[in-house]
Every structure is written in structure tokens, then in C-alpha cells.
Write a protein that binds this ligand. Sequence first.
Ligand code: NAI
Length: 430
Amino acid sequence: MTSQTDPLGWAREHCPILTSFQTEYSETEPFDGYTVAVATHLEAKSGVFIETLHEAGAEVLFAPSEPQSTKAAVLDAFRDIDGITAFARHGMSDREFDRQRHALLEREPDLILGDGCGLIAMAHADHPAVAKGVIGGAEQTTVGVTRVESMAQEGALEFPVYTVNHTPMKHRFDNVHGTGESVLTNIAATTNTMLAGTRVVIAGYGYCGRGIARKARDLGAKTIVTEVDPRKALEAHTEGHDIMPMTEAAQKGELFITATGTRGVIRREHVELMPDGAVLANAGHSDVEIRLDDLETLATRMSTPTDGVTRYHMKDGRSINVLADGRLVNLTGPHSSGHPAEVIDTTHAMMFVAGHELVTGDRELPPGAHSIPDRLDRAVAERKLETMDATIDESTDRQQAYDADWRVEDRGDWVPCVLGTRFLESVSDG
Ligand code: NAI
């Protein structure tokens, strides 16, 4: 007996929101007549997103958002499908990655749904006439939204972009739980070593970092957090992690995971202090958080002790191990398949509704970075609950009236905050 594997079958089974959209929109085809560019990590779950847009009438052009994260399965799934074109190859070089994205933009998409702002930025920098014709876009990751907001502030953005990362249905689940779980499972799969009892340093206690730190601690790791934001550092401390600067953490840690979105978080002065055998991994969007050039300078040679691990043999005799070449460890390592499907289902559902709103909603939306309307975020949450057969309470009319009542004397539970006022007065007195 032979079994034919559907490359997207397993992912589809675990993406109930997207498959419900396929059923709902395959008749009405709201994207009919629109060319939609998708730039994201290309693996089976993204394949389900692409086929959902196509089912809803779109012509889809897709490219990776990271040259190394493309899986062959997603390319196989769409090889002979009319109306879906890949600008990708498994194992692309950085040059080919750029060439393919330029080729995609030359097809003049109406919408750009991206991850990391790469395609949106490239359209503005190198294809300004194409950017002028784009109806709108959506951006799904933290770094990408930061860049979109910079473009908007500089007045450089030619079209409206929904900041999908910042909507609760995205970052509260994808960044915290999706990144948290998939980073740790992929590190464990690559190294085949135990987290329990390991001293794990997490750089950055944003949404991703806190998910990684909490889950590592739940598995028995001794967690240390490094931060530059005093509030995030205090949050980490309050949640039971040790906090210290990287120069101190470098001497104590065994496994280091960066999740900051910025560059040079682990650099020469840190590597010089690390213990023999330290393992470094990056969860941030770009491969800039760990300075590999510093490691190369300090090393006499490099080797590959196991698939997905590069060992730097230091002049002083220590070995430092880097996973997935400092790229996103949960998406580019040999055992990586990205976030758990259920969580990416929600992220892609938010990207889908952002695109849907751009083609069916308020066409007067001005160029700039726009929050996802709360009603859409809520609608996706409700759809998710439906797919889980879960129900929740509804506020009663009396509760809603109570919540909306500003007449404090009627509430009976109001206490003036004198101390707070004095503190603010003393601050403003200088
Ligand atoms: P965030 O903005 O919530 O958190 C970043 C944190 O890093 C902030 O608390 C900031 O204060 C801190 N930070 C900045 N510079 C630092 C430094 N030099 N040392 C220590 N801490 C520093 O961002 P979020 O959502 O946690 O995303 C972090 C990165 O992960 C971004 O690059 C994002 O695009 C990426 N990301 C990766 C995913 C994956 O699958 N691996 C999924 C989602 C996001």
C-alpha cells in the first residue's frame, strides 16, 4: 500500500480559522481581480494562508521573508496551480532572495502582506512606481511594524499598512506562546540536550523574550534576563527571573537566546567572558543580534559538531556553539518548522482580515501605519473560540451600564488618590 502525502494536509488540519475562511469566501471571492503579494517564512502553514487567499479569489505571488526558511513542501504544493506563483527556492542565496523579490514587485501587486517589512521597503526604495499603485499592506512582525512606523513618520509610505503585529490576537499568542514554544523545541531538537538545570540567558523581555523565559523556567531552566528598558527588567524580576547586564550574564549562562530585534546584543566583549561549550541562538527577526564576525575574529577555526550547530574554536581553547548561523532558530535550523500551527493560524487569519478590509472596507484609508480595527481582532477571537467549540460569558446590560457610568459618587467605591497627586506634584516641581 502506498500513501500519497498532501504537503499542506497536516498544517491545514491544524489551521481551523483559515479553513473556515476558505469555506466562507470561496463562493464570494472578495479578492477576485486583486494581485496579492505574500512575503513570509515559507513552510506548510504559510501554504495554507496562500491557498486561503487564492480560494478567496486572489492571484497570489509569494516570496520568502528570510532566504533560509523556505521549505520544499510549500513549493511542491503550488507547482502547477494557476494563479499562484512562487518567487522562491529551497536554500536560496541572499542574492537570489533579492533578485526574486524584485521580480515579484515587477508584477505590480495590489496588496503586500509582509513579514519584516522587506518587500514593502524594497517597493518604496527600488520600485517607486509600483509602490504608488499599491492599495495597501499588512505587516505581521515586530521589527517590520517598527520599520513601517519609521517610514510613516518620515512621510515615505505611499499606502496604508495595517500593523498586524500590534493587534492583541497576534502578539499575545504568536510572539509569546508561538515563539516561546518553537524556539525551545527547536533548540532541544538541534542540540538533543536538556533544558532542566541549564542556566539560560534571554536577551530582551518583550513579547517573545518573556514567552521564551517563562517556558524555559517551566521546564526547569535557571533563567537570567538582560534588558535595556527598566520596566521590562522589573517585570522579568517580578516574574522570578534574575536580571543583570550581558557582561555579567555572559559569565553565568550556558545557553544564550537573543530576542530583541536589534543588532550586536552578543558581541566580542561578551563572547570573551562565556564558558567553554556555551550555546548561542537567535529568535529575533534578523541575523544581526549575535555578532558572528566577532566570533570569527576570536576563533582559529570552525567546525560542525552536529547538523545546525557551528562551533567556533577559540584561540584560548574554548568552544562556542552557534545554532542556525545566528538566524531565526525556530525557522531556519535543520529541525525547524516555525511556530505551532494553531498560533500561526491566528496570525495568518489577522493578515487575511487585514487584506480583506483593504479591498472591501474603507478605501479612503490614507497612507500610514494603521491599527487593526478592534472589531476585526474580536471577530477572529470569536471565530477561534467557535473552532474550539468553546463559549464564554457575555456582559449583562447592568454591567455595561455600570462600566460606562462616569458619575463617581454613584459608584460607592471611589477613594481619592492623594499620595499619587503629591508625587506627581513633586515630580513637576522638579
Ligand atoms: P518587543 O519590542 O516586544 O521586545 C523587544 C525587547 O528587547 C524590548 O523589551 C526591548 O527593551 C529589548 N531590548 C532592546 N534592545 C536590547 C538590548 N540591547 N539588550 C537587551 N534587551 C533589549 O519585540 P518582540 O515582539 O518580543 O520581538 C522581538 C524580535 O523577535 C523582533 O525582531 C521580532 O520581529 C522577532 N519575532 C520573532 C519571531 C520568531 O518566530 N522567532 C516571532 C515574532 C517576532
